[in-house]
Design a protein around this ligand. Structure first.
Ligand code: ZN
Ligand code: ZN
Length: 308
């Protein structure tokens, strides 16, 4: 998908709308969220004090298997976070009036101090699904809406930092299924046409890293009899399914694409292939921000199975 110089997000969303693959209301919602996050990222580029990570810090963390950013060193500007939360609440309510009561509950809990946007981001980075379940009950808001709001709050901050550090990472020392920048899981994958290597794209910071080709990107199951593939008859996508954890990931197969010269923008690819999510969900597989409970412990560098 090609980027226009003046207003890339609007251009891409209009192009997607013309294809009529998903409803125009849904696209308008995502466009407004992306435009808001772009506005916040511009502010961060100007005003946010960048995190100063030396090459030595980066190399040491990656070799130890620790992501570069955690709740401990993530710089968050609380004023910008509060502004972002207010604008997110407005957009969600504008596009989905059925959320009115829940949006009011979030606003009330924020004013009361029961919700702190920085804590939401920190708990999300810590993969603390129990916190979101607890909060959901405490303030009367569906937990998936709370997770979505938290993800949308965290995204501009993490994408800003990922744009600074992702290219400095030598991912041949990183064998994990989680992002080397922020530790989150992937939301889309890509198979390289030349060498067949598999790249995962982070659902939170949009960073990318290499990962073993025949392995679940969520629970790390490598037993081929529990891994399935659902191929498109036409088109470059397939869906990788895992019967061990019940998760799936959409994969762009470059060698099946007619033109791979266009820029690969994970969010737009994800939206353009919503029909595959529907198919996977009909087959009983799901997506989730959090690691499945049965996920294997992370591996240590030196494993010879890399890039199989
Ligand atoms: Zn990430
Ligand atoms: Zn799995």
């Amino acid at each position: 998908m090609k980027m226009a110089n003046n207003d890339p997000a609007t251009f891409l969303f209009n192009a997607l709308k013309a294809k009529k693959l998903i409803s125009s209301d849904r696209l308008d919602f995502f466009r407004d969220i992306v435009l808001l996050q772009h506005r916040i990222k511009k502010k961060l580029h100007k005003a946010h004090p960048p995190l100063n990570l030396s090459d030595e810090f980066i190399s040491k963390h990656i070799r130890k298997g620790c992501p570069l950013i955690s709740g401990n060193n993530l710089p968050l500007d609380e004023r910008i976070l509060d502004e972002l939360l207010q604008d997110l609440l407005t957009i969600v309510q504008q596009h989905d009036s059925s959320t009115g009561e829940e949006i009011a509950n979030i606003g009330f809990a924020h004013r009361n101090g029961d919700i702190n946007p920085a804590v939401l981001v920190g708990r999300l980075l810590a993969q603390d699904s129990r916190y979101f379940k607890f909060l959901s009950k405490a303030i009367g808001v569906r937990w998936d809406l709370l997770v979505y709001m938290s993800l949308s709050l965290a995204k501009p901050f993490l994408e800003h930092l990922s744009s600074l550090f992702n290219d400095k990472i030598d991912d041949s020392f990183w064998l994990k299924n989680s992002c080397p920048v922020c530790g989150s899981l992937a939301h889309i994958a890509r198979l390289d046409k030349e060498d067949g290597k598999r790249l995962l794209y982070c659902q939170l910071c949009s960073g990318k890293w290499h990962f073993a080709r025949i392995k679940c990107a969520f629970c790390c199951n490598a037993d081929a009899k529990n891994l399935k593939i659902m191929e498109e008859t036409e088109g470059p996508y397939r869906v990788d399914l895992c019967d061990q954890c019940g998760r799936y990931i959409k994969t762009f197969v470059e060698r099946k694409a007619i033109d791979v010269s266009e820029e690969f923008i994970p969010l737009m690819e994800d939206l353009a292939t919503t029909y595959l999510d529907i198919l996977a969900e009909q087959e009983g597989y799901e997506r989730s921000f959090f690691s499945p409970p049965e996920a294997e412990p992370c591996q240590v560098p030196g494993d010879s199975e890399f890039f199989h």
